[in-house]
Design a protein around this ligand. Structure first.
Ligand code: HEM
Length: 513
């Protein structure tokens, strides 16, 4: 055998060994699980499409992709990271069963400290973001969420619901004396009233949100929240020139810091006093007010727009207003007090059970949700619909496009695009409603928010006639691109006339348990 032949034989043998090695490995591992299909793109380099979309629509871009393609799950490949957009319920059971590796809390742990501008020590204490999904063990984030859940599901939670309803009622009593001679900016008025009611039931007598400057600072902060997170690595001096939200945040931090320094929390709700003791365990006193900004955002930033949209949907439908008035009248008892004043007493318990209000509110949330659920992929993870299985790669991000799930006709029926106030009087289709999240990350403030909003709307419906000054209710539109909230506020500013239905000097209203 000559040298050439020997070399050729050795080469063939080498290739055979390599082939056998790879084939055996492949056989041992089984067939490769694919990643979800790519989002179609009209241009040759698809990620450019996404980066352009992100710049234009920012986070809303992913929701738009979910709504446009309506794929159960699809991949947007960005340089160095895959985004998995969930556009239907098919994979939701599988996603929700794996909160340790598809982690919302890991995401909260990354985004919240940047948004509120804490120091490195507070950042490390906030969430065990180096650990597995930060769902177990102790951290400021976890203890805070557990405490909120415990309190709001206990007797203290029911007391808070009732307190909030009575504060709402008191504020209405006060308003009753006012004459709404001028057109009212409905969004401005509703967000003022909801923030006042919820903040007073949370922070008590020393509530910093009574100051209009602090409320305005809060909305500057909330409206710029995404940008504050994205620019958190830059010096404050530079960011304050670009974002109103930074100055708003710092003003809010100062007011909340004074509140805690003067021990305001000792006269506040169990939520704020318990949060304070958890904060104090983990971080420096000077940092506490920063995280409290995030708590305030969780409480008000969704509740105010959800209240606005509920009012908008109800009052723009006169038949619905009439139905709700009849239902509330049926659960109201009327008496005269010793001065001859008429007192109407609405049963808060029956408000939930015997009126369409809670359903209308959940329907508003289905119809108006603009946000998304974000889950960080902490390990290579498979998700399955029963028929298909896909691999989600470590380092990727799952974006649940809530609006896509909420408008899917295959789950909600042909009227998915229509507001139907009574829809939630029946059970929602499984996994389809994400207005308050679900599973491990379901909203712990849901009950409180539903009670507060329904009390507000009930009082409004019974006390006032509301008409748009132009004579027609025009859709004001929504644009959630700058906020982290689930329910974007209106873009247009509807102006309405508000006329008391009864002589407020002679009649008063109350909630009774
Ligand atoms: C209408 C008002 C509200 C809406 C629409 C709303 C919506 C939501 C949604 C969709 C989630 C799930 C997020 C996800 O899956 O990634 C959530 C979680 C949460 N919400 Fe709300 N929320 C509201 C009011 C509140 C209030 C009043 C509080 C506090 C008192 C609150 C505290 C929380 C907390 C702490 C979580 C995280 C739960 C966890 O990870 O275990 N929310 N909310």
């Amino acid at each position: 055998m000559d040298q050439q032949m020997l070399k050729l034989l050795l080469l063939v043998a080498y290739i055979a060994v390599v082939l056998v090695f790879f084939l055996s490995r492949r056989h041992a591992k089984g067939p490769k699980i694919p990643e979800p299909p790519r989002v179609p793109s009209s241009i040759p380099v698809p990620w450019i499409n996404s980066v352009y979309g992100l710049l234009r629509r920012r986070m809303q871009h992913f929701v738009d992709v979910g709504v446009k393609w309506r794929q159960p799950i699809s991949t947007i490949a960005l340089p160095g990271m895959n985004i998995y957009v969930v556009g239907s319920t098919k994979f939701m059971t599988s996603i929700q069963r794996q909160p340790e590796v598809l982690s919302a809390r890991f995401f909260f742990g990354q985004i919240i400290p940047g948004m509120v501008g804490v120091n490195k020590q507070s950042f490390d204490s906030f969430a065990d973001i180096k650990g597995s999904g930060s769902n177990s063990g102790d951290s400021l984030l976890l203890e805070g969420i557990r405490a909120t859940k415990r309190i709001l599901n206990s007797k203290s939670g029911s007391d808070m619901n009732f307190d909030a309803a009575n504060i709402i009622n008191c504020n209405f009593e006060h308003l009753g004396q006012e004459k709404f001679d001028q057109p009212v900016d409905l969004w401005e008025w509703i967000r003022r009233e909801t923030v006042l009611a919820i903040s007073e039931s949370t922070y008590g007598k020393n509530n910093p949100f009574w100051d209009p400057e602090i409320r305005s600072a809060f909305w500057d902060f909330a409206d710029d929240s995404i940008w504050l997170w994205l620019t958190s690595a830059l010096p404050n001096r530079l960011v304050s020139k670009m974002l109103k939200g930074l100055n708003g945040r710092e003003k809010l931090v100062k007011a909340l810091h004074e509140y805690f320094t003067r021990q305001g929390h000792e006269r506040g709700s169990p939520i704020v006093s318990t949060h304070y003791s958890i904060f104090a365990k983990y971080i420096d006193h000077n940092e506490i007010a920063r995280f409290e900004c995030a708590n305030a955002m969780g409480s008000f930033a969704n509740t105010a727009p959800a209240t606005f949209w509920t009012v908008w949907h109800i009052f723009s439908n006169p038949a619905l207003v009439a139905d709700i008035r009849a239902q509330i009248t049926a659960i109201t008892s009327t008496r005269q007090d010793e001065d001859g004043h008429v007192v109407h007493e609405i049963s808060q318990k029956r408000l939930r059970e015997e009126t369409v209000l809670f359903s209308a509110l959940e329907e508003t949330s289905r119809f108006r949700t603009s946000g998304m659920g974000v889950r960080m992929v902490l390990e290579d993870t498979t998700v399955s619909s029963g028929e298909e299985t896909f691999l989600l790669k470590k380092g990727g991000v799952v974006v649940i496009a809530n609006r896509a799930l909420h408008t899917d006709k295959s789950t909600w029926g042909d009227d998915a695009d229509t507001f139907v106030a009574s829809r939630f009087q029946q059970k929602a289709p499984p996994m389809a409603f994400r207005g308050f999240g679900q599973g491990a990350n379901a909203c712990c403030g849901k009950k409180f928010a539903l009670h507060a909003i329904s009390s507000f709307v009930a009082m409004l419906v019974m006390r006032y006639d509301i008409e748009p000054v132009d004579g027609v209710w025009v859709e004001p539109g929504q644009d959630g691109r700058d906020t982290t909230s689930q329910v974007a506020s209106p873009v247009g500013r509807p102006k309405v006339s508000m006329v008391p239905r009864e002589d407020a000097g002679k009649v008063s209203w109350k909630f009774v348990p």
